[in-house]
Design a protein around this ligand. Structure first.
Ligand SMILES: [Fe+2]
Length: 296
């Protein structure tokens, strides 16, 4: 990988907002040495203190901005209210910042969930498809995007240790070669089954209506984790995100693996296809070219 994967942003320049979107869409990571908005030390300390709460230890806390709901903390926990306030504040701040930094997206950017990840990532005992330490691209089983992209903003609030990632080449670069070298055949639903599911969804049944794109990306997520060849032989590089830094990346387009790190915050955004500044490098476009099929 000849190009540097990281683009460091020291301060936001309003005449470069389109370029920031362009760089992200091409698979670069925008990197900030410190959190680019107000995130009080007292809030960080409170989140870091979550490790010492013994039986009240929280595995993964998520926040849903649309409904202002906190998940992953028991309702009788004395920490609940403060955690909710901190996550709400983080989520709002991240949204305001992204709308300014990535102004071309601002009008149609959709906020997805935020999360706090207090567990040490090294040596977690997880089933293969759930492992974070294997290279993969993100796809959401229950929240299909139909070709929209998954943009994630992270903060490493750990004051003592970096968060270590491996990343692979960007989607438009590795995927055409991978599809040529390997048989990747997602079991697409037939149009009949697709219609049935759509009907079920309109009737309020608990079914997830996925496009071909979502089916392909979910299959690819698992396929990449299962492939020893991809994990070991395809180009990758290690990055260390130091204490207190922030970064953002399209995690559906940059294969990533978290090797170690503890205490990260993350806010996810969904960017619809009509907002892409470089539509030709978007995974939906790349897959349409590879398969010759309509994906969205
Ligand atoms: Fe991921």
């Amino acid at each position: 990988m000849a190009d540097s994967a990281l683009v460091e942003i020291a301060n936001v320049q309003s005449d470069r907002v389109r370029w920031y979107c362009d760089q992200l869409e091409r698979g670069r990571i925008l990197f900030f040495r410190s959190v680019p908005f107000d995130f009080p030390q007292a809030d960080r300390d409170f989140l870091l203190s979550q490790k010492q709460t013994g039986s009240r230890f929280h595995k993964n806390i998520s926040y849903r901005p649309g409904q202002d709901i906190l998940k992953g903390v028991s309702s009788d926990s004395p920490d609940r209210e403060r955690l909710h306030t901190i996550m709400r504040h983080f989520s709002q701040q991240a949204a305001e910042f992204i709308a300014r930094l990535l102004a071309p997206y601002a009008t149609k950017l959709k906020m997805d969930f935020a999360s706090f990840r207090p567990l040490e990532e090294m040596n977690r005992d997880l089933p293969l498809h759930k492992r974070n330490d294997l290279l993969h691209v993100d796809a959401f089983p229950t929240r299909p995007t139909r070709g929209a992209r998954i943009l994630r903003f992270f903060i490493n609030i750990n004051p003592n240790a970096g968060r270590v990632w491996n990343i692979g080449e960007s989607f438009h670069s590795f995927m055409p070669r991978l599809a040529k070298a390997q048989k990747i055949n997602p079991p697409f639903r037939s149009s009949f089954v697709r219609r049935l599911i759509r009907t079920g969804a309109t009737l309020g049944l608990p079914v997830t209506e996925r496009s071909r794109y979502d089916e392909y990306m979910l299959y690819l997520h698992d396929w990449l984790k299962e492939s020893n060849d991809f994990q070991q032989n395809w180009p990758k590089q290690q990055l260390v995100f130091p204490p207190g830094c922030a970064w953002m990346v399209y995690t559906d387009g940059v294969p990533h693996a978290v090797l170690s790190g503890q205490y990260a915050l993350e806010q996810t955004f969904i960017v619809p296809p009509e907002m892409f500044v470089m539509p030709e490098v978007a995974p939906v476009h790349v897959l349409e070219k590879i398969t010759g099929m309509q994906m969205g």
